[in-house]
Write a protein of this length. Structure first.
Length: 105
């Protein structure tokens, strides 16, 4: 499996995704609807309490973490990096997600 790459805005909407992410996460057309990251990555109706990406937003620093995601039935390594506009204002984050299930066996 190729890496899943998604771009999220400050409201946790997925605003862009590579083809692998669209396929694995079963994303709707992103220009027509709000696609909350927690809905598609975690199968939740709201932001999970354990979400380390909040640290990425608060600290403004990249973060790397491993989780088992029952919704996707996968062990994942997630790299989250903050994104900024031209005036250095935070505008979202980028997720690069690797399936590390084989490494956990």
């Amino acid at each position: 499996m190729a890496d899943l790459i998604t771009i999220h805005d400050n409201d946790f909407n997925i605003v862009s995704a590579n083809e692998e992410a669209k396929k694995i996460l079963k994303l709707p057309p992103l220009d027509a609807s709000k696609a909350k990251c927690y809905e598609f990555y975690h199968g939740k109706d709201n932001l999970p309490e354990f979400c380390p990406c909040i640290k990425c937003f608060i600290r403004g620093e990249p973060i790397v973490f491993d989780i088992f995601e029952p919704h996707l039935h996968m062990d994942l390594e997630i790299q989250a990096s903050p994104l900024y506009d031209y005036s250095n204002k935070p505008i979202g984050l980028m997720h690069v997600v690797k399936d590390i299930t084989k490494h956990k066996l």
